[in-house]
Design a protein around this ligand. Structure first.
Ligand SMILES: NC(=O)c1ccc[n+]([C@@H]2O[C@H](COP(=O)([O-])OP(=O)(O)OC[C@H]3O[C@@H](n4cnc5c(N)ncnc54)[C@H](O)[C@@H]3O)[C@@H](O)[C@H]2O)c1
Length: 335
């Protein structure tokens, strides 16, 4: 049984703690949050120890690995501390909002053989992974285009948006990783555009966008198109489509149930979409823990690692520059 401590028990850390506790090959070794009552509540609910510091968690012989689910600004420091303590890591995205800080962290942990996995959970969604599998198994021929639609059900609170680092680093980062996953090769060019259509005043204040479209291109000419909105009134819109020389593969939205109704005045009426990322990707979050435990126990490579986190941030930086300057940006410009 792999003992995993959760660092940061907010919205997502609490869910990860529950998933670890429920996993047959993992043991929740304890929880820590800088805001002690948050950790106390999870520790009491799941019957596990509450650590009183990061250092105490990392010093515990019961802890083989850590799941970093604290605020983004703490991730790079906690990765460095955890590597120094010899613990395997599953870190929530993004590694950091600054590419320089991510690069400094990469230098500091270079050469470690510890598993370091990034929480790009969508790779573990059976639908999205099925699209990748269809490509790998030749079912759609040669891949030409990928279309990723990712729209949040509603605007996050102002304070969240203000601290998010902007839509490309905060939200599109998942889609940059999904594009790399589905394309199966590195992106060389990025063209992005952004608009302020949902909450223009807030976006103006934050120098951010709420509505963006990004076009990515690889060396061989494969294309990916990403569309994001901070608000879709019909729910959490998450679709991935791959188009190739011999066909197409689509990962569709998830509705609250699988029933389709037909009547005299309507056809194919479905329940609303799942509205919250924790519900929509519940299976994927559980599978992510399984993949992490496999990497630790079986010495397998992590399916998505630190460099994937760095590459996604590179694409975000390229998109920010592209949208600001209204031109296509080559990834080599970002470095
Ligand atoms: N994979 C995904 O789909 C996904 C979704 C949401 C959030 N996230 C990421 O997860 C992270 C947490 O997001 P959230 O929505 O749970 O935020 P949150 O604000 O609800 O929780 C963050 C928690 O971290 C704690 N914390 C802050 N500094 C700490 C430190 N030094 N040590 C320990 N705990 C500390 C806070 O007290 C808080 O309880 C963010 O990096 C976010 O980008 C990923």
């Amino acid at each position: 049984m792999t003992g995993i401590a959760v660092l940061g028990t907010g919205r997502i850390g609490r869910m990860h703690a529950e998933n670890i506790a429920a996993h047959p090959r993992a043991r929740l070794a304890g929880v820590y949050d800088i805001h002690a009552p948050a950790a106390a509540e999870v520790a009491a609910q799941l019957g596990v120890p509450q650590f009183d510091s990061v250092e105490a968690a990392l010093a515990s012989a019961e802890v083989d690995a850590v799941l970093i689910a604290s605020s983004t600004a703490t991730h790079a420091d906690l990765i460095e501390q955890s590597v120094a303590a010899g613990k395997a890591i599953l870190c929530e995205k993004p590694i950091d909002l600054s590419l320089d800080r991510v690069n400094a962290c990469a230098t500091k942990i270079a050469g470690t053989s510890l598993p370091i996995m990034l929480g790009f959970v969508r790779r573990f969604d059976s639908g999205h992974a099925g699209v990748r599998h269809a490509i790998e198994s030749g079912r759609i021929g040669e891949l030409h285009q990928v279309t990723i639609t990712s729209r949040d059900p509603g605007m996050a609170p102002d304070a969240y948006i203000e601290a998010s680092g902007g839509i490309f680093r905060d939200m599109t980062i998942h889609d940059f990783d999904m594009a790399r996953f589905i394309l199966g090769e590195e992106v060389t060019e990025v063209s992005a555009t952004g608009s302020r259509l949902v909450d223009p005043a807030l976006m103006q204040r934050c120098d951010d966008y709420d509505t963006v479209t990004v076009v990515l291109k690889t060396e061989s000419g494969k294309q990916a198109i990403i569309t994001n909105s901070r608000r879709a009134v019909y729910g959490y819109d998450q679709r991935v489509e791959a188009f190739g020389s011999a066909g197409m593969a689509i990962s569709e939205n998830r509705t609250l149930d699988q029933v389709r109704l037909y009547g005299a005045e309507f056809t194919d009426r479905a329940a609303p979409l799942k509205n919250f990322f924790i519900d929509r990707y519940a299976d994927a979050f559980a599978a992510e823990i399984g993949a992490f435990v496999d990497a630790i126990e079986q010495g397998k490579p992590v399916p998505v690692g630190f460099e994937d986190g760095r590459q996604a941030l590179l694409l975000a930086e390229a998109a920010i520059l592209s949208a600001a300057e209204g031109r296509t940006v080559a990834i080599r410009e970002i470095g």
